[in-house]
Design a protein around this ligand. Structure first.
Ligand code: ADP
Ligand code: MG
Length: 663
């Protein structure tokens, strides 16, 4: 394998670790602690791979610059999510780009007696193994780092130099929270210990001395075949374990005081982060997924805690993070490379990988200009934007008025769908100077009282048009309410005049009346309580799947929600008839939200506060997805009664939200 590292770069690295570098080292050794290092995060977007997608597949994610990318917001087509990282490598980036940009700079710290780790994260098929291992033609991080380290140590321990250096390697996997030695598979589950100086050790783990790259390959290649892999629907040989290559650089001073130093480098190809539901995992695979999810969840918590400077870092909560305790954060130098794929079928996994890795996330109030994302499989849960976003995000999403003069983003070809959604897209694709001139002209025409069509559509103008539409709708609803009252009065008058006639009125005959509005004061006193928005929606949508019927002498609650409740005899009342499809849709939406919503999304549901939202998210991370809404009972802290009341409170709202959302 040719690592392709230029000799000049190797000389630079050697220079960086000798001479002045050594002086700094002695100070470190003398007790001055270096400032704690953050875990740096890079994202690598792989190109489309042959046979992985249809020919017409278009990317669902796109790089913006060397640190950021954008992706459509699946919850709201009109928005784009922009993520910021320490580095972003696009689909054209080479193995050398990633290595030189994010990995090579940390290697020199090993010779200073510090630890380092490189972790490849992402769903199966997104390019983790390609990034870490690569191929003989395109060697990845592991062969390149090994070549460089071996070269460096040779140079550093040459005759006459003060330190003698040696390199050893160990190779292990963490599978279902068991630590297995890949160089000696028969040794079984190994324990992780910590010595009195906080160093993490694995007693019994095989360590092979290596002095050349051929040595490394001799041990590494056969051991790789011992890895636990399984077939999932996503990828035929998907990795189900975390593969951990440990390279230790030991240094001994040749003269008194004969100090010793050790630097550890972890190179980790993490197990796939994909969602259980889409892998079709069952039985053992589901159990594996549970273990994978748990350790990746804890890894995310550890990275967050380190990067936010939190006092407690939960290293001990999984084997993976416990192993990395002395090499992730603290004085160690760590880089997490989140691998993502461009194909639409990866969309949800991509979003979750980005959320895992992102340093910051921003909601941009404009549609992703790729028509392909308007997919029914990604159909958003049509909650209102206010419900979806927290107050701060909603504020940001509204965006500054400056958007009127276009953003500095590169112009993107407007799709027909996005044109339909927002004329702003046209504005974004114009030359800013042209936009400025048109806006001035527009303002001038406006100030002269021109009534013609505006030259440009701006966010403010769009909002005004929307507000006018809403006002017109409100007036229409008011008008319908009045008409309803009139008709009701007529019916009552007729009933009073001819009581026999009254018997001939069937609910079906009343239906057109009832479907239009229910704001009739008297009968509603005995009606079931119904969400206000449903009442209004009924007026606006005559073909609704909800009917309010006037019933004689019976009172019953929502059928499919509470089928066991006995019927009660009573006077005339109003009954809500809801199609089973609508209820099923409501249930499905609740389930989707439980499985895919963030804690903030969950708080937008009735009866779910901050604490419960966190309990739900935590449960999901530990146990995988909810298979039905009733699983909520299994969350510690949520009783069966609370689950039922939660279901009742949300089912209609969500079902109706979908029905009435913009088409
Ligand atoms: P993972 O380890 O995340 O499951 P792989 O590394 O096996 O994913 O990548 C899946 C497929 O995509 C492989 O065929 C691999 O060669 C290819 N691939 C991944 N990343 C790239 C890339 N940057 N350039 C070209 N091909 C890639
Ligand atoms: Mg892999």
């Amino acid at each position: 394998m040719d690592a392709g590292v230029p000799a000049r770069r190797r000389r630079e690295m050697a220079a960086a670790t000798s001479g002045a570098g050594r002086c700094r080292l002695s100070k470190v050794g003398a007790g001055r602690r270096p400032p704690p290092a953050r875990v740096r995060v890079a994202v690598r977007l792989r190109p489309f791979v042959d046979g992985a997608a249809g020919e017409n597949d278009t990317p669902c994610v796109r790089g913006l610059d060397s640190c950021s990318l954008e992706i459509a917001n699946w919850r709201n087509h009109q928005e784009t999510l922009k993520y910021q990282f320490d580095a972003f490598y696009g689909e054209r980036s080479s193995q050398q780009d990633i290595y030189a940009g994010s990995v090579q700079p940390i290697l020199r710290h090993l010779l200073e007696g510090q630890n380092a780790s490189v972790l490849a994260y992402g769903p199966t098929g997104a390019g983790k193994t390609h990034t870490m291992l690569g191929s003989p033609e395109q060697p990845g991080v592991i062969p390149r780092a090994l070549m460089d380290l071996l070269q460096l140590t040779r140079e550093e321990s040459a005759e006459g130099r003060p330190w003698a250096l040696s390199v050893t390697m160990s190779y292990l996997e963490i599978y279902q929270e068991k630590v297995l030695d890949l160089l000696e598979p028969s040794s079984g589950d190994l324990v992780i210990r910590e010595d009195c100086r906080g160093n993490i050790l694995i007693p019994g783990l095989t360590q092979k001395p290596i002095t050349s790259f051929a040595d490394f390959e001799r041990h590494f290649l056969p051991a790789s075949r011992n890895r636990t892999v399984g077939a999932t629907r996503l990828n035929q040989r998907s990795s189900r374990s975390h593969a951990v290559l440990l390279v230790k650089v030991d240094q001994r001073e040749r003269l008194a005081p004969f100090r010793q130093r050790e630097g550890k480098l972890y190179l980790i190809d993490l197990a796939g982060s994909e969602d259980n539901r889409r892998t079709g995992n069952k039985g053992l695979r589901l159990k594996e997924s549970g273990a994978i999810n748990t350790s990746l969840f804890v890894l995310g918590k550890v990275v967050d805690a380190l990067n936010q400077g939190l006092p407690r870092v939960p290293y001990r909560d999984s084997k993976l993070t416990r192993l990395l305790q002395d090499s992730l954060g603290g004085s160690a130098h760590s880089i997490l490379i989140a691998n993502i794929a461009p194909e639409r079928r990866f969309y949800l996994d991509t979003v979750s990988a980005l959320n895992f890795a992102a340093r910051s996330k921003e909601v941009i109030n404009r549609p992703f200009t790729n028509e392909s994302l308007q997919l029914h499989v990604l159909a958003p849960i049509k909650l209102s934007k206010k419900e979806l976003l927290g107050p701060s995000e909603a504020k940001r999403a509204r965006g500054p008025e400056e958007e009127e003069t276009g953003s500095p983003e590169p112009p993107a070809a407007p799709s027909s769908a996005s044109q339909k959604l927002s004329p702003l897209q046209k504005l974004n694709s114009m030359d800013p100077a042209m936009v400025e001139r048109l806006l001035s002209l527009d303002r001038l025409l406006g100030s002269q009282g021109s009534q013609g069509t505006p030259l440009l559509s701006t966010p403010r103008r769009e909002r005004m048009v929307l507000m006018k539409t809403v006002e017109a709708k409100d007036l229409e609803i008011e008008r319908l309410k009045m008409k309803q009252k009139e008709l009701e009065a007529k019916v009552l008058a007729q009933e009073a005049a001819d009581p026999k006639e009254k018997e001939n009125y069937s609910p079906t005959m009343l239906r057109p009346l009832a479907r239009r509005t229910v704001t009739v004061a008297k009968p509603l006193k005995k009606a079931v309580v119904m969400p206000l928005q449903l009442i209004q929606e009924q007026a606006a949508y005559p073909n609704a799947e909800i009917h309010i019927l006037k019933k004689k002498g019976r009172k019953r609650k929502l059928e499919s929600l509470d089928a066991s409740e006995p019927e009660e005899k009573g006077e005339d009342c109003w009954e809500l008839q809801i199609s089973p499809e609508l209820l099923a849709r409501g249930r499905q939406k609740i389930l989707d939200l439980l499985n895919e919503g963030s804690a903030r999304d969950l708080r937008s549901l009735q009866r779910i506060g901050q604490k419960k939202a966190q309990l739900i998210v935590g449960w999901r991370e530990l146990h995988g997805p909810f298979s039905q809404v009733e699983d909520l009972e299994r969350v510690e802290g949520i009783s069966g009664k609370q689950m039922e009341s939660f279901l009742k409170a949300n089912i209609l709202g969500l079902a109706a939200g979908q029905r009435c959302g913009p088409s």
